[in-house]
Design a protein around this ligand. Structure first.
Ligand SMILES: NC(=O)c1ccc[n+]([C@@H]2O[C@H](COP(=O)([O-])OP(=O)(O)OC[C@H]3O[C@@H](n4cnc5c(N)ncnc54)[C@H](OP(=O)(O)O)[C@@H]3O)[C@@H](O)[C@H]2O)c1
Length: 325
């Protein structure tokens, strides 16, 4: 497809578009304002533009996101690769190192959750199954390893990954060392650049795929949040951008836009190119419920890495904080 670029997902045989589709928002419950027909149209437009990789999860709208993704994939003219996730059995995000893995990912639960996802998707197989939480405190236990091996052997899952705790990119380094993990999913964006320190060098050395999630800081890096922006009470972003946080975002974005004057593209487009400029990143997976955001994000793919001087400018805008707490 003209314009879209593809990268190998680590050592797997999946050639995936470097712009992937983040399917949390279309699940509905935690992000409000989307609508199923519009979401399906957005997915199909993304496919037309060459996007061939979706990241969803059983927890996104309790299976609703998976159902929409499955419908779009089954009717797509070309193969689309899909990643989904097994929610923690205790429904606690993020994982706590002191919680035994038996309360979070017991063997039968890992298998059963995968089968539930396959029913939602109405597909025979999941290209990349991921643990939706993780702590390296669990590495030495046995059941998760056996479950991965059995799911791969049965053909229900091709590859396995870990979605790493928000802003703690070093909490899966030992799991990567086991050789059982094909890909990791991590927050990497202009504000949180910490995966560059330890995780990305290890992924490059071990040829582990990297899904770059939350590339636009849940909307903070779109440049559209103002102090007057409101979200539906109870939705995720009402929590994420609560209190004085919108003011902080406005100030950080104003400083960014000041320093980026003259650089081609919108702030979100530059922010996505920042992510794709790191060689460890296999794909970046922005949430995109609208045609306009699909078209803008997909247009970034063939622009290539940012010039060194722009990357140097963006390095100075790293901002370590945790709005998930
Ligand atoms: N624990 C986990 O494993 C975990 C946690 C969070 C996220 N994720 C994954 O990562 C994905 C991405 O994160 P996210 O969706 O939460 O946040 P995000 O990608 O940082 O931000 C999504 C927001 O950016 C907007 N947007 C996207 N492309 C744009 C563009 N080119 N120009 C302007 N605005 C643009 C979207 O608009 P519209 O939607 O309105 O079109 C949406 O409001 C999720 O969908 C999910 O697949 C995983």
């Amino acid at each position: 497809m003209v314009g879209m670029k593809y990268r190998k997902l680590g050592a797997t045989d999946l050639e995936i578009s470097d712009i992937g589709y983040g399917a949390w928002g279309i699940g509905g419950k935690q992000w409000l304002g989307g609508e199923d027909l519009a979401s399906l149209a957005a997915l199909r437009r993304a496919f037309e533009l060459g996007l061939n990789f979706i990241d969803t999860a059983l927890a996104y709208g309790d299976g609703h996101s998976e159902q929409l993704c499955g419908e779009a994939i089954r009717t797509a003219p070309d193969p689309i690769y899909l990643a989904t996730k097994i929610p923690p059995k205790n429904r606690i995000w993020p994982a706590a190192p002191q919680t035994p893995i038996g309360q979070v990912f017991p063997y039968d639960y890992i298998i059963g959750s995968t089968e539930e996802s396959l029913r939602n998707l109405k597909l025979d197989r999941i290209d990349l199954q991921q643990f939706h939480v993780w702590t390296d405190a669990w590495v030495a236990t046995e059941e998760w390893r056996r479950a991965i091996e059995d799911l791969k052997k049965s053909g229900k899952v091709r590859y396995f990954g870990i979605s790493i705790t928000e802003h703690e990119p070093d909490t899966a380094l030992e799991a990567i060392g086991t050789g059982l993990i094909d890909a990791v999913q991590v927050i990497y964006n202009v504000f949180d650049q910490t995966p560059e320190q330890n995780l990305f060098p290890l992924c490059l050395e071990r040829n582990i795929g990297v899904l770059d999630r939350v590339p636009l800081d849940e909307g903070g890096l779109t440049g559209t949040i103002t102090e007057q922006t409101t979200f539906e009470p109870g939705e995720f972003r009402d929590f994420y951008f609560r209190g004085g946080r919108k003011k902080q975002i406005v100030e950080k974005v104003a400083a960014l836009e000041h320093d980026l004057a003259g650089v081609e593209g919108t702030l979100p487009e530059i922010a996505l190119r920042f992510c794709l400029s790191h060689p460890a990143v296999s794909t970046v997976i922005p949430g995109m419920r609208r045609l306009s955001t699909v078209e803008s994000s997909c247009s970034v793919s063939d622009k290539g890495p940012l010039p060194a001087d722009v990357l140097a400018t963006l390095k100075r805008h790293a901002w370590y904080r945790n709005f998930y707490q």
